[in-house]
Design a binder for this molecule. Sequence first.
Ligand SMILES: [Zn+2]
Length: 76
Amino acid sequence: MSLYLFDEFVKKAKPHAAFMDEHPPGTPAPYAGIYRCKDCNFEIGIAKGHILPSDHHHGRVSAVRWILVVEARHVA
Ligand SMILES: [Zn+2]
C-alpha cells in the first residue's frame, strides 16, 4: 500500500490505460512511478524505461504482473 502525506502532491487520475494495463517482468516500465505486483502486493518505485523486476521477489514460481499504482509526473 502506497502512502502519502500531502494532498497537494497527488491527484486522483481519470481512468486511463496507464493504470489498467498489466506489465510482465523484464519489460521497460512505461511510466515512472510506483508499481505493485498483482500476485503478492509487493511494491516498487521505478524510473520510466527501467526494467520491471523479475519474479524472484516471490521466492516461488508464479506469474508476476506489475500494475501502475502512482504515476510520477512532471507538471510545469
Ligand atoms: Zn509478487
